[in-house]
Design a protein around this ligand. Structure first.
Ligand code: S3P
Length: 171
């Protein structure tokens, strides 16, 4: 059974995609994102899933997508910001870490994350007041990110390339 080289977790705007792509390139492996998998399975975009089917259905699809990706992907895997909230996902990640896997929490401040997520309609959970919503999400989730991660990287002072190099052990 395959296992990812590295799993990236963190809130929206923490750089899970940009760091993940660079890290995969450094490690010479492929990059996969569970949000992409969910959209492919559902045949529609993440905002459309939220709008038409609701968040509970999205979370169900997400838990399934994470389980499949953890079992079959052997490169870098980026999870959606809320994926770790599912107890099944937390359990799978705990097993993965216990077996030597690396789950990296990309920590980031509101100041750095806000311009990245600001008015992006592709993030339905931040609709309305993105800055306030982001802060609420991060406050509620930080304990989970810290509990699930085997490693935390403070990305505020790092470019995505620097964060990727640090995770890869190159700096
Ligand atoms: C979500 C984050 C999104 C996406 C969905 C829900 C969340 O992914 O999975 O909109 O709950 O934080 P990103 O973290 O890549 O923005």
């Amino acid at each position: 059974m395959a296992a990812p080289r590295v799993v990236l977790i963190g809130p929206p705007g923490s750089g899970k995609s940009s760091v993940g792509k660079r890290l995969a390139s450094l490690l010479e492996v492929t990059w996969r994102d569970t949000d992409d998998d969910i959209a492919t399975t559902a045949g529609k975009s993440i905002p459309d899933i939220f709008l038409e089917d609701g968040e509970p259905r999205f979370r169900e699809l997400e838990a399934q997508a994470v389980a499949v990706a953890l079992a079959e992907h052997d490169g870098v895997l980026s999870l959606g910001g809320g994926a770790v909230l599912d107890p099944r996902t937390e359990g799978l990640l705990a097993t993965y870490v216990a077996q030597g896997g690396e789950v990296v929490f990309l920590d980031v401040s509101l100041a750095k994350a806000a311009p990245r997520v600001g008015l992006n309609a592709a993030r339905p959970l931040l609709a309305g007041n993105p800055r306030a919503r982001w802060q609420e999400l991060m406050a509620a989730r930080r304990p989970v990110y810290e509990r699930v991660a085997s490693r935390r990287i403070d990305t505020d002072a790092l470019t995505p390339a620097q964060a990727a190099a640090r995770i890869a052990g190159l700096e």
